[in-house]
Design a protein around this ligand. Structure first.
Ligand SMILES: [Zn+2]
Length: 129
């Protein structure tokens, strides 16, 4: 199974992107970012006043309750995308022949705990070796 950007969202604004869309996503480790967010972040990072503003307050401190509430589904969508990516990553490791013991060791858990966390979601694809 190849890991692709198909069906992904920008981890920062949740705009759907990737293949088949006009939205280019780049990133890694599960996080994806769209061109619009990169441009916005670039503008902020090269404007000392805006950097100072960002450092002085967290974004949600400037948001209304309605805006904070509306952001919750976006946070969960981004988090779920990362969990899905971790699942795909483990499946890729398994396809490469990495054992559950090795996966467990790098995660600081037992082989059994690693298997229980990840194999149940892909039981039809993976053996329990
Ligand atoms: Zn974005």
């Amino acid at each position: 199974m190849a890991i692709t950007r198909e069906g992904r969202i920008c981890s920062f604004c949740t705009t759907p992107g990737g293949p088949g869309t006009d939205v280019v996503l780049i990133g890694g480790l599960g996080a994806q970012v769209c061109r619009s967010c990169v441009d916005t972040f670039h503008e902020i990072l090269h404007d000392e006043e805006r950097v100072a503003s960002v450092r002085a307050t967290m974004p949600w401190e400037r948001m209304s309750d309605a805006e904070v509430l509306a952001t919750l589904p976006q946070i969960l969508a981004s988090a779920e995308q990362n969990v899905f990516f971790a699942q795909e990553w483990v499946e890729m490791l398994r396809e490469r022949g990495i054992t559950w013991a090795e996966i467990g060791r790098i995660l600081g858990v037992t082989r059994q705990a690693a298997w229980e966390r990840f194999a149940k979601r892909s039981a039809s694809k993976s053996a329990t070796a």
